[in-house]
Ligand binder design. Sequence first.
Ligand code: SF4
Ligand code: SF4
Ligand code: SF4
Length: 311
Amino acid sequence: MPVKIAAESLSGCSGCEMSLLDIGAGLLGLLSKVEIVHMPVLVDHKYFGEDGGGDRIDIPRADIGLITGGIRNREQLRIAELMRERCRVVVAMGTCAGYGGIPALINLFENRDLFGRYYRTTEGTDAAPDPDRVVPALLDRTYALDEKIKVDAWIPGCPPHPGGIASALGLLIKGKIPALPVQSVCDSCPARREGKGAVQRVRRFLRNARYSADQPLSDMQCLLEQGFLCLGPVTLAGCSGSSGGPPRCIEARVPCRGCYGPVRRGGNQLLDMLNALASNGVEIRNLPDRFSVLRFSGAHSRLRPLARKKK
Ligand code: SF4
Ligand code: SF4
Ligand code: SF4
């Protein structure tokens, strides 16, 4: 009997689904073992029955439920709850589903500020009242899946590496739960570490790192030691898939932005990074925007509304 898969996309960008398709030819082998019973981005399955005449959202029962994106509104919350009810194993695929991801940056603002900006103070847009019909009501913030429903497995990454998705799906199809790595991005980085030097200021990404393009990566000094905000020490490894290659951004000679989320589930990338900066001799007081360290992991109340400025 084929393994039944249901998939849903909540508050995200569909990049995770692109990465799933990027598995390429290997996807054919996986598809031969599964039956996709619900996947709105791929299979035309209606929420309210095939003719749309039902009065409640319906998702078929499945062995595996893949969910991308976090939870931002009441409709997404209902769909996530229904996926939990109908699927034996629920998988948070992608960093939005696991840690809030980029959409959770909105957690720095209250909904009234968001609506005010979007509908009334955006340059070039006529002012309009807040929508109160058709659009599902927003929750107070963006939530990671496990803040609202029980999650059985995570496939992190923004987006996850196609090889990582393929190996996780291969295990899930066999009835196994894929484990997360225990290493950080630094653990798989070949950059040369020289140890703490003189205290220096954080350097902007706009400046090039010191490296020679015709020399191997192992000849490049660690980007953090060069003063860049490289989040390798506080970010989960895995972005090179199962190739065993270097982390993808480091291979391109740019710092890690933290897209695989915290090394430890429940870890706080901001606090851990402030420690890493200090221990690498980088001055943390001139960090231009410290909340950007949480740009991929702002759910779980890591990012909260900033205090309103007094007028
Ligand atoms: S994790 Fe990244 S690629 Fe996936 S939905 Fe979120 S923003 Fe898009
Ligand atoms: S801080 Fe960045 S450059 Fe340095 S070892 Fe870690 S991942 Fe590599
Ligand atoms: S190096 Fe960091 S930001 Fe780049 S893909 Fe890997 S985990 Fe993501």
